[in-house]
Structure formats: structure tokens, C-alpha cells
Design a protein around this ligand. Structure first.
Ligand code: G3H
Length: 535
């Protein structure tokens, strides 16, 4: 049995007396245009970027996070209804130019907080300093580009549509109207980016939003509350920290009674990025699920395929980075690699050399890319996968691969992975690079065909050899990357998934479409032009 503990890593954690965690945060939440300090239940936010005291590690305390529930949900829903008023309230009636102005002011306010938010991301989720800063800056750019995308969409909508039916000419133009109350739930690995890339397009289109903070990263989110309060009218946006099971069923179950006396769900749209189990539970809580619009980003097991004629140097460097960036905690990470038999050993050797060169350390250490992971049970979960693979014949090829301490783990390159092992099928969402061998590309197609997931795939090889495989993959996933890694960006491209990996599309423009509905006004050509001028 492998000894997984690596006491040598102890010295990498900061000495308690010398460490400088951010000043302890108060348990705040945002509702009805106010940043409130919770007076009820709250919990300590404990950082897995642990502190060292006399040879032992204990989590750093970063502050307190409110544990909200049904009463606070009711306040947020009532405030949202006042702001929305069935689509005729203050926010949906605000001219779109003013909504764009409010959003641009919000972007500037977020930009002024890049360093403070990045500091908390380092402590709350262990994200390396550069990536943490990039996450916030990328979100600010995303917001500004979304405003530009809306301007382009508006110009297109101003054009008169014409078509003839039965010999009669019809003319129309398009309005875009909000959906209503949008619920947004972001994941802990991108608690700022995947929060803002749903919340902001929903607000821009005139919706009111209630968001729940991610499992980790709530304090980083809370730094944005004053910006929300200052840039948007009361009730337009609320952010509720706490446990999902205490907040989301109450929120999704909110309803009104229609004229016939039937309950209709108040939540019009859900943007959820997280696990399949939670998504199902949240959807089940809605009284009229058929009325709900949804964008879901769920689990993924993206494959990279290395063909016989692939450029091994480029492929191995990109795949190691794609699979192990942020400790493999990205939905788009490569989570299994299939290598053509002739290239298998050379690929494994390159991957091992690259992984052994990765620097472990704390998020603020220059050059450190392997950092503490926020989930308390993460190392045990990774070890169970490695034990299973080794017991069934796989080998960990890199020195000390899989060994770790507390929240820090040396990535593992696992070779000879096959169908009997959990790593062949399950999403690890952590620092493990499973490598399998294939003789015929059909074996990889069969793996993908049987996989429940359908986010992305990557194919490495000369276009002439890769073409047939790329075509096959398009039947099972939402994006195929040729000689490049799986990734969400560029943000103008649609980010989408199928099967158990998700539903709906996000991008600068797709998000605007996802959180609005088109309304046609049809009239004679002259009248349609007049209506178009007076929109
Ligand atoms: O975790 C899922 C993220 O949306 C992935 O984004 O490919 O830019 O890291 P990324």
C-alpha cells in the first residue's frame, strides 16, 4: 500500500506568526439595496491555506459567512418583486442605455478591487496570485465586452424583418424583454468569473437577480456587495451566502397564484454551475419547471487524444497545463488522455518530466502552480482514485506522485489506465493525469460514446489524420479543439455542453439571449418603421 503522506511539504505552509491573512471579514449579505451584517447564524470561513504552528497545520480563519435561510430568501424575493413588478417595474422599464451605464459603472467599481478580491481568492480557494488577478480582470473585460455585444444586438434588432406568406408581405421588428427573476449559482473554482458572467448579462437585459455565493469564495464575492448596492436600484440584485440546501429550495419554490388559483413558480430562469445532484434537487423544487429557462454547467470528463503523428512536444506541454492548471479544478480540464500505442511511452516520459518540474507552494509564491485545495476531503478522494487504479494495474510514473499533506498534493501521472478503473470513467476534478493507450481511434470514440459527459474534446495530430476523429467527436460533445487544449475562452465563442455536462450556451452574446426573450411587433412596412423609431 502506498504511503501517501508527505511530511516534507509542511515547510511550504506559512508560519502562523509570519502569515498575513486578510483582516477578518464580517458576515455580510446583500438585499434590497443594502449591505447587511447578519445577526443570525454564521460560520467561520476556514482557509485550507493553513498555518504552521510547532509542526502542525491548522486552517487560517478568514472571517465569518452568514448562514441564511427561508426568512432571508423571502426578503430578497419580496424586494425583487417590487423592483420587477411583472415586467413593468423600475428596472425592466429603465431604458437600456441607462442599464448599460449602470453596468459599466459596476465594471469600474470591480476593477478598483482587483487586488483585494484576488487576495481573498488566494486564501479562500488557493488560486495562484496571477490566476486570481486574471480571473477578476477577465471578468471586468467580459462585462465591458458584453455591453458592446448588446449594442451590436440592438443595431441588428433595429433592422426591419420582412418575409412573405401566401403572397402577402409581412414586416416586423424585434424587441428583447427580460425573463423576470433569475437565480444564479456559481462554482467555487471560479467564484468571481462564473458569478459575474451570468449575473451581469441577466441584469443588463432588465431581469432582477438573486445569487447564492459559491461553497468557497463567499468572502471574495462579498467585496463586490458595495458595488452592487451603489450601481443598481434596490431589489434588483441580492446575494445570499450560506448552505445551498437552506437557500435554494426556498428560493426555487417561491410562487404566486394565477387567476385560476394555480401556483406558478416565481423564478423565471436558473443559471447553475456545479454538480448534477445539486442541479436535479434545485430543479425539482420549482413548482412549474416547464416555465423555467435554464443554463447549466455540470460535470465533465474531457478527453485529449494524441494521434500517431502528433507533435509530442506541443501536445504534452499543453495537455499537462490543461489537465493540471489550478490543480485540475477546472470544468474544462483534460481529465483523461488517450495516446496512440507507438507514442505512448514517449508521451508519458514527457508528461512526467513536465509534471516533476511543476512548482508546489502557496498561492503568493512566485512560480507556484500547485497550491492548496479548498475542499477538506480532497486528498482522501484523490487517494481513493489512485488506490483503485494501482490495485487494478496502473502505475504512478512521476516521483512522489499523489503524495501530499493537508491540502497540498503532488500531481500524479497515472499510466496504463483502463476500463476497470474509476479514473477511466469518473471526473477527478483534481491533480491527476490519467493516461490510457489505444491501437485504433475507434476505441476512443467508443469511450466517448459511452461517457455520460459531453463538454469538450481535444485531438492532437496532423489535420489529415485528425479530421475523421474530429468529425466523430462532434456527435458527442459541444466543442472539439484541434491541436489545442479544452477551454472556455475566447469569451465570444459559445460555451456550451450536452448530455450530463450541461444545457444552454453562454458567451458575450449568447448570455444576453439566454436571459431575455425576443418579442416581434408585426405591422405594415411603414407602421413597422415608425414603431421601430419609437422603441
Ligand atoms: O471550470 C470551468 C471554467 O468555466 C473553465 O474556464 O477554460 O477558462 O479555465 P477556463
Amino acid at each position: 500500500m502506498t504511503t501517501w503522506d508527505d511530511p516534507a511539504l509542511l515547510a511550504m505552509f506559512p508560519e502562523a506568526d509570519a502569515a498575513r491573512p486578510p483582516a477578518a471579514a464580517e458576515p455580510t449579505w446583500l438585499v434590497d439595496g443594502e449591505v447587511r451584517v447578519a445577526d443570525g447564524a454564521a460560520r467561520e470561513v476556514l482557509s485550507r491555506v493553513a498555518l504552521r504552528r510547532e509542526g502542525t497545520l491548522s486552517p487560517a480563519v478568514l472571517g465569518r459567512e452568514p448562514l441564511l435561510g427561508a426568512p432571508e430568501v423571502a426578503l430578497a424575493v419580496a424586494a425583487a418583486e417590487r423592483a420587477y413588478q411583472g415586467g413593468e417595474g423600475l428596472w425592466p422599464s429603465t431604458p437600456i442605455e441607462q442599464r448599460m451605464k449602470a453596468v459599466l459603472e459596476f465594471a469600474a467599481a470591480v476593477e478598483s478591487k482587483v487586488d483585494a478580491v484576488a487576495e481573498l481568492l488566494m486564501w479562500e480557494i488557493g488560486k495562484p496570485r496571477k490566476s486570481a488577478r486574471d480571473e477578476v480582470s477577465r471578468s471586468v473585460s467580459y462585462i465591458r465586452e458584453t455591453v458592446s455585444a448588446l449594442q451590436r444586438l440592438r443595431s441588428r434588432d433595429l433592422e426591419l424583418l420582412s418575409a412573405s406568406a401566401g403572397g402577402i408581405a409581412h414586416f416586423a421588428h424585434t424587441h428583447r424583454r427580460p425573463l423576470g427573476l433569475v437565480v444564479c449559482v456559481a462554482p467555487f473554482n471560479y467564484p468571481i468569473n462564473e458569478f459575474l458572467t451570468t449575473v451581469v448579462p441577466a441584469l443588463l437585459m432588465g431581469n432582477v437577480v438573486i445569487a447564492k455565493t459559491p461553497r468557497f469564495g463567499a468572502l471574495a464575492n462579498a467585496l463586490l456587495f458595495p458595488a452592487f448596492r451603489d450601481c443598481f436600484p434596490p431589489g434588483v440584485v441580492a446575494v445570499l451566502p450560506g448552505e445551498g440546501h437552506s437557500i435554494l429550495p426556498a428560493l426555487m419554490g417561491a410562487s404566486r397564484v394565477d387567476v385560476a388559483g394555480n401556483a406558478v413558480g416565481l423564478v423565471s430562469a436558473l443559471a447553475f454551475i456545479g454538480g448534477e445532484g445539486a442541479a436535479n434537487a434545485i430543479l425539482r423544487a420549482h413548482p412549474t419547471p416547464f416555465t423555467l429557462h435554464k443554463v447549466l454547467g455540470l460535470g465533465a470528463k474531457n478527453v485529449a487524444v494524441v494521434l500517431d503523428d502528433a507533435d509530442l512536444e506541443a501536445a504534452s506541454a499543453a495537455i499537462v497545463k490543461g489537465a493540471l492548471g489550478f490543480n485540475g479544478q477546472r470544468c474544462t480540464a483534460e481529465k483523461i488522455v488517450f495516446v496512440a500505442r507507438r507514442q505512448f511511452e514517449p508521451f508519458v516520459q514527457r508528461a512526467v518530466a513536465l509534471v516533476e518540474a511543476l512548482q508546489l507552494g502557496m498561492p503568493w509564491d512566485e512560480g507556484a502552480t500547485v497550491t492548496p485545495m479548498p475542499e477538506p476531503n480532497k486528498l482522501a478522494a484523490m487517494r481513493a482514485l489512485l488506490d483503485d487504479a494501482q490495485a487494478k494495474g496502473a502505475t504512478i510514473r512521476n516521483r512522489d506522485g499523489g503524495r501530499g499533506l493537508f491540502s497540498l498534493m503532488r500531481p500524479a501521472v497515472v499510466a496504463e489506465v483502463n476500463a476497470s478503473m474509476r479514473l477511466y470513467h469518473e471526473e477527478q476534478f483534481g491533480p491527476i493525469l490519467p493516461i490510457a493507450v489505444f491501437d485504433e481511434p475507434e476505441e476512443v470514440v467508443e469511450w466517448q460514446r459511452r461517457s455520460p459527459f459531453g463538454q469538450q474534446a481535444a485531438v492532437w495530430g496532423a489535420p489529415s489524420a485528425a479530421r475523421a476523429l474530429v468529425r466523430r467527436f462532434t456527435r458527442f460533445v459541444s466543442r472539439v479543439n484541434v491541436n489545442d487544449v479544452c477551454q472556455r475562452g475566447p469569451d465570444a465563442f459559445g460555451f456550451s455542453a450536452t448530455d450530463k455536462s450541461g444545457f444552454g450556451t453562454l458567451s458575450l452574446e449568447d448570455a444576453l439571449l439566454a436571459f431575455s426573450r425576443p418579442v416581434l411587433v408585426q405591422a405594415t412596412e411603414q407602421q413597422a418603421l415608425e414603431f421601430s423609431r419609437s422603441r
